[in-house]
Write a protein that binds this ligand. Sequence first.
Ligand SMILES: [Zn+2]
Ligand SMILES: [Zn+2]
Length: 251
Amino acid sequence: MNKLTLCDLHVHTNYSFDSSAEMERYAVAAIELGLAAICFTDHIDINSHRNTFATFRFDDRLREFQRVKSKYGGKITLLQGYEVGDPHLHPKETAFLRSLQPDMIIGSVHDSPLLDGIVSRREYERAYDKCVRIMAENGDYDVLGHVDVLRKWHDDYVEDTDYVYETLRRCAKRGKAIEINTSSMHRDGVPPMPAPDAVAEFAAAGGKYVTVNSDSHSCGTLGFKCAEIAAALPQEVRRCYFVAGKAVPID
Ligand SMILES: [Zn+2]
Ligand SMILES: [Zn+2]
């Protein structure tokens, strides 16, 4: 088998509230790993827990990105975008982000307002699924982020597979890409998000593009399990990265 061209398109830097990793260190690490492209996707979340949009240093980040790109861009494709929480609830802010011409926006659900105050894990999981469905159908994003991230956060997670499958089918019908996020796999035996059976449903519904991402918050996890997952994708889907919001197929 030919060596896979690998990318990692969900990477948090010190411009995210929960990472202290520098872009330049990621670029060096990615080149050492032989990755073809990485995309910096820092958090934009506006909810009852935080508002990172209000304090985000957009200019500083773009300047730092350009500096790192001019230094390492000959060796690797460096891309930048955002991971936006509930983009459909924040159309003005999301339009502003688009005006900055990011390569890619990941649409995710983290702390959606509809989840506030839910204590029961099962109730929370089902409400989370609904939030993702609404976001998937209405949000402005390029890639649907970690559709079932509670698999990572709840060690006793119970998935409503039919519901998740249907969300992915609707995503496929909208012509959107999904990510397969490997960060759940740091715990033994936990599948990626979504799991292979759900990716197969996306593919069967006409879903075309997937990205395989580590969701790294530090350099040590860059590319985590991405080769393994990329090698086992359904034949109907293609991996891609995004440049200015346009999918570029890999391989
Ligand atoms: Zn996320
Ligand atoms: Zn993330």
